[in-house]
Design a protein around this ligand. Structure first.
Ligand code: UDP
Ligand code: MG
Length: 324
């Protein structure tokens, strides 16, 4: 056995239905590898038996570790905590629901050994997901790519292998509204991908309701682009030109009595409502950014760990947290 160490980071939120099957499939793949491994489960404030089941897995195998959050901080914070504590030469992030097949890990490792620092899984198809989710994901990734200045690949989730150097660089980034896949693209390094078909969820339901999905989508856009803010300038200039032309038309028409002027309640209302609508939308966009600036300024930790199980070779960013 060579001395390479692999760390697996698995976020868990109410995953009692899948955790055992997930663990079996992960260990089967890891045991077939040439090297040492650790699995870091991150219990993101689950309210079911996930924590209990994960603790049992830790007790049967010292290579299995568990970080427990004090509440639900969200998927992106969960994988960040796992990566902050991962001591491997290569770190692999994978969902617990087996939508991302663990059997691809050896292929990712081969690409890493061939020199890539980041190997991400590119979804060529998604199974067991609603048509609306597939369509919105498809459109979103393309929009994101179009409006951001960072080269964020399309149809790619957080299932990926990253080198320890990338993991350390990522841990040094302090931002709160994290869009991890975007941050990894922003970091650079040599990146490659392997295609895969995203399987349906093994059991249970998605832990990403619309609210969380919209938050993640907005984080992706606002963290990497301020083009939406510039939209206001574009619309403003366009509308000013239109209204100036209209003004000119009204002036000339009045001067030469070209059209009979009626008291124009309807047209006035249209103009007022239209402009108010645009102003409110722009205020909303500005609000989204200001809200995020507010989050960053407060400087609170990204996550709070209330319990750890197992020996961690690397400590995360939460130095002063309670250790039982
Ligand atoms: N997850 C989490 N915290 C959350 C939501 C999800 O840790 O607040 C985990 C979840 O347990 C799973 C992964 O993130 O391992 C992906 O979630 P899910 O499969 O529900 O998302 P989907 O694949 O439906 O987008
Ligand atoms: Mg899933």
């Amino acid at each position: 056995m060579n001395g390479i160490r692999y760390s697996l980071v698995v976020p868990l939120y109410n995953e009692e239905a899948v955790i055992e099957a997930c663990h079996q499939r992960l260990t089967a793949v890891l045991d077939s590898l040439d090297g040492n491994w650790e699995i870091i489960y991150v219990n993101d404030g689950s309210r079911d038996r996930t924590g209990q089941l994960a603790r049992q897995l830790c007790q049967t195998d010292p290579r299995v570790k568990l970080l427990t959050f004090s509440r639900n901080f969200g998927h992106q914070c969960a994988i960040t905590a796992g990566m902050d504590h991962a001591a491997g030469d290569a770190v692999i992030i994978i969902d617990a629901d087996l939508q991302d097949p663990p059997e691809l890990i050896p292929q990712m490792i081969a690409a890493w050994q061939a020199g890539a620092d980041v190997v991400y899984g590119h979804r060529v198809a998604r199974k067991g997901e609603t048509a609306a989710k597939k369509l919105s994901a498809r459109l979103y990734y393309r929009l994101l790519r179009r409006i951001t200045d960072v080269d964020i690949p399309v149809d790619v989730g957080d299932f990926r292998l990253i080198d320890a150097r990338v993991c350390a660089a990522l841990s040094a980034l302090p931002e709160h509204n994290r869009y991890v896949r975007g941050l990894i693209s922003w970091l650079g390094f040599s990146q490659t991908y392997i295609d895969y078909i995203r399987a349906p969820r093994f059991a249970g339901e998605t832990k990403y309701p619309l609210r969380k999905m919209v938050k993640l989508a907005l984080d992706g856009i606002t963290s990497f682009s301020y083009k939406p803010l510039k939209l206001g300038i574009g619309i403003g200039i366009g509308l000013s030109i239109c209204s100036f032309l209209f003004l000119l038309f009204v002036f000339v028409a009045r001067l030469f009595d070209l059209v009979v002027m009626e008291p124009g309640y309807a047209s006035l209302m249209c103009v007022i409502l239209f402009f108010c609508g645009i102003i409110l939308v722009m205020l909303g966009i500005i609000g989204e950014y200001i809200g995020r600036i507010f989050e960053e300024v407060k400087g609170r930790p990204l996550y709070i760990i209330c319990d750890r199980e197992g020996q961690f070779a690397r400590q995360g960013r939460d130095q002063a947290m309670t250790q039982r």
